[in-house]
Write a protein that binds this ligand. Structure first.
Ligand SMILES: [Zn+2]
Ligand SMILES: [Zn+2]
Length: 142
């Protein structure tokens, strides 16, 4: 949660008329993707190398990565570290939930003694319950 909030509220590196000078010195122009003295047609600032205009936030962002709809903010030079930690902790949380769910379901199966039961199939044959029978889609107990 902390890294999600940090990622959402941190300025990703918005380029304005007043701070563009410092960003212009940060990286050299490659002359291919980033040309010197190019103005952003929308916000009218000189585009520093490795910057990009975000059409959602309507400003140019230093070292732009992408606009993230999940955190409702651009991911740029100043919040990408929070974004990466956020992704890592989010993945860890999802793995943790998956482990807890599997452990819980295993406990439910073991406590209910389901594995000790038996069932009669369409041909009238009796079978002991095995794990594939338990996890199949349509289980109807008589
Ligand atoms: Zn722009
Ligand atoms: Zn944006």
């Amino acid at each position: 949660m902390g890294f999600f909030i940090l990622c959402s509220v941190t300025n990703p590196g918005t380029i304005t008329q007043s701070n563009q000078e410092s960003f212009l010195k940060a990286y050299g122009y490659d002359g291919v993707m980033f040309q010197k003295s190019t103005l952003c047609p929308t916000c009218n600032v000189e585009k520093p190398a490795r910057s990009k205009h975000c059409s959602v936030c309507n400003n140019c962002v230093h070292r732009f990565d992408h606009h993230c709809v999940w955190v409702n903010n651009c991911i740029g030079a100043f919040n990408i570290r929070y974004f990466l930690v956020y992704l890592f902790t989010l993945t860890a949380m999802a793995a943790n939930l998956a482990i807890i769910t599997v452990a819980f379901l295993t406990k439910v199966v073991l406590l209910s003694n389901m594995m000790l039961g038996s069932y009669i199939d369409d041909q009238g044959q009796e079978h002991a319950v095995e794990i594939l029978f338990l996890i199949q889609e349509k289980v109807t107990f008589a």
